[in-house]
Design a protein around this ligand. Structure first.
Ligand code: G6P
Ligand code: MN
Length: 406
């Protein structure tokens, strides 16, 4: 099978390459930046024959799988997203709040063009979307690719693995639902038994994993569910203001792309930043993005039923959203694709947040200035229309890709 990676010059591509198995007999890396492609190509060892190209059409022809992992505007764009938000006193995270809106506005038109091209040149291909903001971008691509595009994220899998470990369970089923980076774990089931209340009552187990420490025992008991780590930006917005991770990663990775530091050293440095923050990253233990993508690919290619938490059209799963809204829920996957499994209804506050953020995503997808203004102004983490207007103007001036909003 032929696999194409869009964003093939990205720093994490070697991790994906390492995770490939013998299903893949041909790997094509595509990127708009030839220099980055060369730098990544040079660190890949072993595996299937690899070609690298900046010609999209050539890359896509005959593809069986396409992994879309692009970053429009690069890490420099992410740094601007953060900086501008901070200047205006609001949250500037990569995918959440004003920063996430700016990133979505840059990325949606590009994802739309890519999806059209894939639908034309590789209509049989399964498309796995890694590109953030992943839920929104999957929904953009689904307009052309339908159920052939499936969005992935490592954070729900990471949460579930950590919870299973805290409960010392091998293979429970997880009642998880929401949007990408906006989900909640509402149950951990072993047969008819739900073990989440047991976990919530146990201080030691609860503080043995990242989300337990991040949210704290009292808040988790009050909530009665375990939020995805990204809910930190909603529940602790004040404390989360001012993070400059984009600028930091840009400086760190630039040294690799400039040939000053090797890839492995840079990867270890990056992982050390997670450890320093006590965040467990599953790339350390084999559960990162690349492994979710490979599990998905194998389930499809071998028609082996698997249950994975994925970003797919709602189709009735969450009652407050329409059928086309892409949601992040457990899915049954086989050769025919991914279908959402039933989940518990979300708690009221969570359903409210999901509905608000989906409305913002849809405004971002519209791609006009009035819709973009509404997106910033109506996001739950932006508290003023005047600020929203200044954010829009500043982002449109600072990001060349947002010239269409000036
Ligand atoms: C997790 C999220 C990704 C996000 C990444 C950021 O893996 O699921 O969606 O892009 O973290 O990590 P970074 O090291 O770039 O801050
Ligand atoms: Mn993610």
């Amino acid at each position: 099978m032929k696999l194409v990676i869009l964003g093939g010059g990205g720093f994490r591509v070697p991790l994906v390459h390492n995770a490939l198995d013998d299903h893949i007999t041909e790997l094509v890396l595509h990127d708009v930046d030839a220099g980055r492609l060369d730098a990544i190509r040079a660190v890949l060892r072993g595996g299937p024959p690899v070609t690298a190209t900046t010609d999209l059409d050539e890359a896509l022809r005959g593809a069986d799988f396409v992994f879309s992992a692009i970053r429009v505007g690069g890490l420099a764009g992410r740094a601007i997203d953060e900086e501008v938000a901070h200047e205006h006193g609001v949250l500037g995270q990569e995918t959440v709040g004003a920063g996430g809106i700016a990133y979505g506005l840059r990325t949606a038109p590009v994802a739309d063009r890519l999806a059209r091209r894939i639908a034309e040149l590789a209509p049989r291909a399964w498309v796995v979307n890694f590109t953030n903001p992943a839920g929104l971008i999957t929904e953009v691509m689904a307009r052309h690719l339908g159920e052939r595009v499936i969005g992935i994220c490592d954070s729900p899998l990471g949460l579930c693995r950590r919870v299973a470990k805290a409960l010392r369970l091998d293979d429970p089923t997880f009642d998880y639902a929401g949007l990408n980076h906006l989900g909640w774990l509402q149950g951990v089931h072993l047969g008819a038994e739900n073990l989440l209340p047991t976990l919530l009552a146990d201080d030691e187990a609860l503080t043995s994993f990242e989300e337990g420490r991040l949210f704290g025992t009292e808040w988790l008991r009050a909530l009665g569910v375990i939020p995805n780590e990204y809910l930190h930006y909603y529940y602790s917005t004040r404390e989360a203001l001012g993070d400059n991770r984009g600028a930091f990663l840009l400086a760190q990775q630039q040294r690799f792309y400039d040939g000053q530091v090797d890839w492995e050293t840079t990867r270890l440095e990056r992982e050390a930043t997670y450890m320093a923050e006590e965040r467990e990253r599953d790339s350390l233990e084999g559960g990162g993005y690349e492994h979710v993508a490979m599990s998905l690919m194998r389930a499809i290619a071998d028609n082996e039923k698997a249950t994975l938490i994925l970003n797919v059209p709602n189709n009735g799963t969450l009652s407050t959203l329409d059928d086309d809204a892409v949601v992040e829920v457990p899915c049954e996957v086989d050769a025919t694709g991914a279908r959402p499994l039933p989940v518990s209804p979300l708690p009221d506050h969570a359903a409210g947040l999901v509905t608000s953020v989906k409305a913002v995503d849809r405004l971002v997808m519209e791609g006009t200035r009035p819709a973009a203004l509404k997106a910033f102004a109506l996001h739950p983490l932006v508290d003023s229309v005047a600020t929203a207007k200044r954010l829009l103007d500043t982002y449109a001036r600072r990001h060349p890709e947002l010239a269409y909003l000036r």
